[in-house]
Design a binder for this molecule. Structure first.
Ligand SMILES: NC(=O)c1ccc[n+]([C@@H]2O[C@H](COP(=O)([O-])OP(=O)(O)OC[C@H]3O[C@@H](n4cnc5c(N)ncnc54)[C@H](OP(=O)(O)O)[C@@H]3O)[C@@H](O)[C@H]2O)c1
Length: 226
């Protein structure tokens, strides 16, 4: 925990790619202590240094994935889709007792279509066992919007699925901390639908020649501005 604001320490595992560094940047900007994880220490440290340089701060560090997971309160998995199962199996012991946020959206950009059940997050829970609280989130947040307009709200809605509602609430606070509107959307099996929404959004983007299609939820009481 950060003593400054009582914020949890976050580890972004596979945080050297496209999605992970953007999330890490927004959380570091919001004051969270962040660890970038990688299979290679040097890659993690280089990604962390880039974020620190952008922020003029030293809030982000880089470690190998396992060490990053052990030192964090909440871990966020952003490894490439093809490595999902192998990464979880190798990190199973390191993740025990943690919340694991799974951002995996199994979609082929060239041929977007719904993924096969069960959801990636359900697969994660099955691999990791009951000692880890898996939460699905951020599957619909495109990497390219994350590094822009720091400090401003993003026009991207985060649907949070979790079997453990308390863990889900913790991840909704993370999404809001990163400048996104977040809604609880049911248990881990519902995350299959959220992954499928990514296929819809990519198809919409292609049809209209944009990169900005997003989803919104209506019919709820308006949340107070934080
Ligand atoms: N890109 C997006 O816009 C976006 C949006 C929403 C959700 N997502 C989801 O976020 C996740 C990451 O997407 P991305 O586009 O950021 O992926 P990416 O850039 O292709 O890869 C992310 C990281 O995965 C790690 N990795 C690669 N092969 C691995 C292996 N065999 N074992 C363990 N780690 C491996 C690499 O880190 P190291 O080499 O440093 O270990 C790499 O930097 C995916 O599940 C994707 O569905 C992406």
């Amino acid at each position: 925990m950060s003593e400054e604001k009582n914020l949890p320490t976050l580890a972004v595992l596979g945080g050297t790619g496209k999605e992970g560094p953007g999330l890490a940047l927004r959380w570091a900007y919001a004051g969270y202590p962040v660890i970038i994880g990688s299979r290679q220490l040097e890659r993690a440290q280089a990604a962390a240094a880039e974020i620190n340089q952008a922020l003029g701060d030293e809030r982000v560090s880089g470690l190998e994935n396992g060490e990053a997971a052990r030192r964090a309160d909440i871990c966020v998995l952003t490894v490439v889709q093809a490595a999902h199962q192998a990464a979880l199996e190798s990190l199973k012991d390191d993740l025990q007792g943690k919340i694991l946020v799974d951002a995996t959206a199994r979609v082929d950009f060239r041929d977007p279509r719904p993924p096969d059940p069960p959801s990636a997050a359900r697969r994660s829970q099955d691999i990791l066992g009951p000692g880890v609280k898996v939460v699905a989130a951020f599957q619909n947040v495109p990497a390219h919007i994350l590094k822009k307009n720091l400090g401003q709200k993003l026009a991207s809605t985060v649907l949070v699925c979790a079997d453990d509602q308390e863990a889900g609430a913790a991840v909704m606070r993370l999404a809001e901390g990163a400048g996104m509107q977040a809604y609880f959307a049911g248990g881990l099996d519902n995350a299959l639908v959220v992954e499928g929404l990514t296929s819809l959004l990519i198809s919409i983007n292609k049809y209209y020649g944009v990169k900005t299609a997003s989803i919104g939820i209506t019919g709820l009481p308006v949340k107070d501005a934080a």
